[in-house]
Structures are given as C-alpha cells and as structure tokens.
Design a protein around this ligand. Structure first.
Ligand code: TMP
Length: 209
C-alpha cells in the first residue's frame, strides 16, 4: 500500500476554507483515492476538547505560552492517533490548518519565538511535514467581513485587524520560505475562479507519485 498524501489548507478567517476543502475532497475521491477531512486544533475527541479550551471566550487572561503548548498538545494527539495511521493505510488527508497556522498565529500574530515553535514542531512531528500546503489568500478586510457574517465570534475571531494583518503577512513569508510545498491560491474572486486554481493544484498532486 503506498502512503497517502497529506494536504493542509491555511489562511486567515473568512477565506472560504470549508467550502474549498469540500471541493478538494470531492476531486480526490473522484480520482479513486480514499480521502479523510480533518482539522486543527481538533480531529480526535481529546484534541477537540483542547480546541474548545482554546477557542472559548473567557474572562481569564490566556497566557501566550499556554496557547502555544495547547496547539501542539492537540497536534500530537491528532498526529499519532489519526493522521499517521490513516496515511500509512494509503488514505489521503486534507487538514483544515496545521503547524503553519501556529507559525502564523502564535509566531507572527502573537509574537512568540519562531525558534521555539520550530523546537516544538521537531519534538511533536520529527521530520513529518505536509506534502502540500494550500494558502487561500485574501486581504484581511475581505476575510474579516465574511467571517463576521457567520455569527458569534470565538476568542481568535475577536482579534483586531492589525493581528490578522501580521498573520496574513506571516503566511506569505512562510510560503516564500517553503516554495516546494506551498501553493498560493487567490481567494478574493468568485468561487468558480478559486476552484479553477485549486483544480490545477490537486490535478498536479494526483498526477505525482
Ligand atoms: P478555524 O476556525 O479555522 O477552525 O481555526 C480555529 C482558530 O485557531 C483560528 O482562529 C486559527 C487558530 N489556530 C491557531 O492560532 N494556531 C494553530 O496552530 C491552529 C491550528 C489554529
């Protein structure tokens, strides 16, 4: 059994991750591969509990190191219990956010040391990295406008424009540093335009052994 591919989808809030992940899954399914969609933080019962702890609005001040460590606690559980076994079984995985989100949000957004994030990444993942990271990119104002229409905002969605600008710039810097696995998709236009770009990326992955 050949190992499946691990695709991660990243971007700030409101860039259309959910709709586009569904489109990606259908394309992979149609090509005859088993495909699982999952998300971070979360993806197993225990990791979903950590997600709630992270996203819930609370009056208590949340220490930045606590936030960073909980992201990796959720990831360790998800990786060992779900992602690695599925990939070695031959399934493909489309993951709504992964470690690039930690660099973008906790690193560039909150100002946590990128070197410390790299240490935790190596501890939890060893050399495991995504086969492909799709960055859905749109200006912060457009993303936040769309996100605000979705109802009650979680602890991250309540951050200000300056925070999300740092996160977006961080993602673009990560994409420039990792061109071999990053594909930037312009998420500003109509859904058909975005999905045309996504089709090219997924067809290339399907065609690569
Ligand atoms: P979601 O709403 O896209 O599911 O993501 C939940 C929030 O968690 C989102 O605002 C981004 C944030 N997040 C981080 O800050 N660091 C991480 O490592 C991950 C995976 C998500």
């Amino acid at each position: 059994m050949t190992k499946g591919k691990f695709i991660t989808v990243e971007g700030i809030e409101g860039v259309g991750k959910t709709t586009n992940i569904d489109f990606i899954r259908k394309k992979i399914d149609a090509a005859g591969f088993g495909c699982e969609v999952t998300r971070e933080p979360g993806g197993t019962p225990m990791a979903e509990e950590i997600r709630n702890t992270l996203l819930n609005n609370r009056t208590e001040f949340v220490c930045e190191e606590t936030e960073l460590l909980l992201m990796f606690a959720s990831r360790a559980q998800h990786l060992k219990q779900f992602i690695l076994p599925k990939l070695s079984h031959g399934d493909w995985i489309v993951c709504d956010r992964f470690t690039d989100a930690t660099y973008a949000y906790q690193g560039y957004g909150r100002g946590q040391s990128l070197a410390n994030i790299a240490l935790l990444e190596n501890m939890v993942q060893s050399t495991f990295r995504p086969d492909c990271t799709i960055l859905l990119d749109a200006p912060v104002e457009i993303g936040l406008q769309r996100a605000k229409k979705r109802g009650e905002l979680d602890r991250f969605e309540k951050e200000n424009i300056a925070f999300f600008s740092r996160v977006r710039d961080g993602y673009l810097e990560l994409a420039a540093k990792n061109p071999h696995r990053y594909r930037i998709v312009d998420a500003t236009g109509a859904i058909e335009e975005v999905q045309q770009q996504l089709s090219l990326v997924i067809d290339a992955l399907i065609g690569t052994p």
